[in-house]
Design a protein around this ligand. Structure first.
Ligand code: NAP
Length: 280
């Protein structure tokens, strides 16, 4: 079957990405004659790749490491949330203009709400880390209107800068590691946005789990491994847990929606990703 629309992914290296299998499965499941391909593009070729995509009539693309910031230079517009985050992961061709969005934070909040089954308005949340993923998560959570959000990071100044990026931040505080550790029993949800515990350094943990609030939800953005040592420890201390698969699927779902106007089958996307990660 001839693909009527083409979508891409720009990253470097790109071999590991599950986006092509997830998006192509969803296109065929929805009966859409579209095709998604991952392009391995080093930074020095990024400008030409984005221009080439336009020349070829590509309908939209995702952007991953290391291009999420750099790509913004080559777009015609960047939406408000992506500007606050300072990075783009989804681009849509609208009337021959490249419009950039960031669906990482929305994808994360969607997975969190699927888990909690509730609004987050009464939640007291601790975010560990202040890198790119934290920027997306904190921005989306601030749009969601959580009761209180604390950010702690190894490099304190980066947590302060993150708070300043968010327009309405009166309910956001920045804590040192020592302060946040002391306050750990007060949090309903703790989110690890650092890379601590990610493969291959799977024996590391980003936070203690011996003083968690009862019914605390520990959420790790990492999905390789599916269950980090931190999540395993949290579970054995009675916490509920959430890994990073939902965020990955969620960001892909919002990208799919922006490209097609159709909301995808999230369960099916999740199953495809889990199959490829060797999970259930
Ligand atoms: P990043 O921009 O490089 O930020 C890394 C963060 O981790 C920073 O806050 C950094 O602290 C902290 N960190 C790194 N090593 C540390 C250590 N040894 N001790 C304490 N803190 C440490 O990376 P990112 O793009 O935000 O990605 C972070 C994680 O999120 C990665 O594991 C990535 O795979 C995951 N992620 C998952 C998804 C998903 O879809 N599930 C999407 C995006 C990212 P400093 O500021 O002090 O350096």
């Amino acid at each position: 079957m001839r693909a009527e629309k083409l979508f891409g992914l720009l990253g470097y290296p790109i071999g590991h990405s599950l986006s092509p299998v997830m998006q192509n499965d969803q296109f065929s499941n929805q009966g859409l004659p579209f095709f998604y391909h991952a392009f391995n593009v080093p930074t020095e070729n990024l400008k030409e790749a984005v221009e080439g995509f336009k020349a070829l009539g590509i309908s939209g693309f995702n952007v991953t490491v290391p291009h999420k910031i750099e790509v913004m230079k080559y777009l015609d517009e960047v939406d408000e949330e992506a500007q606050i985050i300072g990075a783009v992961n989804t681009v849509v061709n609208q009337n021959d203009k490249w419009i950039g969005y960031n669906t990482d934070g929305r994808g994360y909040v969607e997975s969190l709400l699927n888990k909690t089954g509730d609004t987050l308005k009464d939640s007291n949340i601790l975010v560990i880390g202040a890198g790119g993923a934290a920027r997306a998560v904190v921005t989306a959570l601030s749009f969601e209107g959580v009761r209180h959000l604390a950010i702690t990071n190894r490099t304190y100044s980066k947590a302060e800068s993150l708070k300043e990026r968010v327009p309405h931040h009166s309910n956001i505080s920045v804590l040192t590691t020592e302060e946040a550790e002391k306050e750990t029993p007060a949090y309903d949800i703790i989110i690890n946005t650092t890379s601590v515990g990610m493969s291959p350094e799977t024996d590391k943990t980003p936070w203690r789990t011996d003083n968690l609030k009862e019914n605390c939800l520990c959420s790790d953005l990492i999905y390789n491994p599916l269950k980090t040592k931190w999540l395993a420890e949290a579970e054995s201390n009675g916490a509920d847990t959430l890994n990073g698969v939902g965020m990955f699927v969620g960001q892909g779902a919002f990208a799919f929606y922006k490209w097609t106007g159709v909301w995808p089958d999230l369960n099916r996307m999740n199953d495809v990703v889990m199959q490829h990660l060797g999970g259930k």
